[in-house]
Design a protein around this ligand. Structure first.
Ligand SMILES: [Fe+2]
Ligand SMILES: [Fe+2]
Length: 173
């Protein structure tokens, strides 16, 4: 793949990540407000904080790439995040954590792909940030899995949505 194509893929990926982090942070803001258990509230508050930090870092990377956020993505993902924040209040403890877990898996893959593009572009100074964010997203995924792992709905959701297999998280133990 030529350099320009890879760079344009990285730009699109970073614009998607920038707005995705906004939606995630807003959604987690609603998520922790819907919880009752103090330890879970703290865990999700921490995740919200991590997502704001990711957004800040991705914003710096966009600056470096010489592009701004995508205005339409910003509007749509603001709406998505705010809507999920409200849905969390009604969706219930299991469902909010389960679907957040699926999204976190997507984020892990997103930063892994960004790492590959940055490697191809020889932008080695970005590699550490991408690995760091990938690792944090993987940790988020584990936190969310632990919130649902003993729930009776999990086997059914796992069957339909293909997320939540304990063997995927064994490395964290
Ligand atoms: Fe994130
Ligand atoms: Fe995350």
């Amino acid at each position: 793949m030529n350099r320009d194509k890879t760079k344009s893929k990285l730009v699109k990926l970073m614009q998607a990540a920038y707005s995705g982090e906004l939606a995630a942070a807003l959604a987690y803001g609603g998520h922790w407000r819907s919880l009752k258990l103090a330890s879970e509230i703290e865990a999700i508050k921490q995740i919200e904080e991590d997502e704001w930090k990711h957004r800040e870092r991705v914003g710096e990377i966009l600056d470096e790439l010489g592009v701004g956020p995508s205005p339409w993505r910003e509007r749509i993902f603001f709406l998505i995040g705010s809507t999920i924040a409200v849905i969390c209040r009604f969706c219930g403890h299991f469902c909010a954590a389960y679907f957040a877990g699926i999204l976190e898996k997507g984020n892990v893959n997103e930063y892994n792909l960004a790492h590959q593009y940055a490697t191809e572009l020889e932008m080695t100074h970005l590699l550490e940030s991408f690995r760091e964010m990938e690792k944090t997203e993987a940790e988020h995924e584990v936190v969310l899995f632990k919130m649902v792992e003993n729930h009776g709905f999990l086997p059914y959701f796992r069957y339909f949505f293909k997320w939540g297999d304990a063997s995927d998280f064994l490395i964290e133990e």
